[in-house]
Structure formats: C-alpha cells, structure tokens
Design a protein around this ligand. Sequence first.
Ligand code: GAR
Length: 214
Amino acid sequence: MKKIVVLISGYGENLQAIIDACQSRYINAEIIGVFSNKADAFGLQRAQSAGIFHRTFLRHDYADNLAMDRHIGDEIDNLGADLIVLAGYMKILSAEFTRRFAGKILNIHPSLLPKYAGLHTYQRAIDAGETEHGMTIHFVNEKVDGGAIVLQAKVPIFPDDNITDIEERVKTQEIRFYPLVIKWFMDGRLTQKGDGAYLDGNLLPPQGYAVDES
Ligand code: GAR
C-alpha cells in the first residue's frame, strides 16, 4: 500500500476529505502521518479520531526554518512516504525540502494561480472586482505557489458576496477535487517531469486540467 503524509496548520477539512477517501478505498493509499506546525490545529484531532499517527513540529524548537524542514523531511523518509500532501500548511517550505521531495509534493491553494499567490486571496479578489475565483492543485517547487498546475476549478463571485460566501464555494471544490488528484497520483497516472505535470503521459496545459462548474 502506498503511503501519504499530510502537512496541515489548521482546520483540516481537506485532510478529512482525504482521510475519508483513503478509508473508502477511493484513494488506493493510506495516510501514515499527519504533521502540523500548529499545536492547536483542529486537523490533529481529526487524525487522532481516525487513528492516524500525528505530531507537531514547532518553529521555535529549531534554530531556523531549514533545520525544521530537515527534521520533518527525515521523519517523512523514516515513514517511507510516497507522497506529501500540503492541506492548508501555512508555512513556506525551504528550497532544500522542495528539491529533496521534487515530484512528490502536492499543494492546494485558494485562487486561480498564477493569480493571487500568497495570502488573503479572497479579499484581494473582491478588492480587484473579480467576477470569478477558484482553487488550484499543483506540484510544489521552490517558488511559492509556483509549481506545475494539475487542476483548477472556478467559482463565481457575485456582487454581494463576502469572503465567507466565496470561501465556502471554493472549499466545496477543494474537497471534491483534492482526493481525485491524489487518486491520480497513487494510481500512477499523474507525474511531474521537469516543470510539467503529466496525466496519463500527456503534458497538462499551463492552467492544468480545467473544471469549469460551480
Ligand atoms: C484551504 O482552503 C487551502 O486552499 C488553503 O488553506 C485552507 C485550509 O483549509 N491553503 C492555502 O492558503 C495555502 N497557501 P483546511 O485546513 O480546512 O483544509
């Protein structure tokens, strides 16, 4: 059975969707570790409830970011993970870490990358008068939110929407499609080569596999 480690910082709704998808065998793999950089992340309780090994890595226990990432990387190697899934992990990974696990790290980001990399994507989209927003699942490289895009899903922004309205719409798409992309990876259908993401041996377009419904 292939193995997944999930990195989280918070609520863990994506983590829960992945736990459920592994338990139902929709994803042909098991989560063998959930690591958090926040001691109070609710996702840790989700891991506990599912009987999954979990632990916290706190930045202040390390001399610098690199030392922390090296320790996390060593633990991931000890567990023998085939894939690292970032599910709301709100800490930038060092270049060394991304190179060490190149082609084996997926991230989910609440915007239609390359638009709105970084934080506060909902507010920035509203402020810019956007009429659509969305989410992106991508491989992770050294550039923050910059790796090869696997899949994007769009949602509308209506004139009277607040952040919560858009966030709920985006979350619905995240929970729906992150398990699918992880399933592709575990079935050997999704790979990263160089700067590209490949599905069934075909190079995906720069914006990835587009899901255009809401
Ligand atoms: C998700 O919406 C994810 O896209 C976002 O954090 C949320 C985590 O929610 N990730 C980022 O902003 C990464 N830059 P969750 O903990 O309930 O899954």
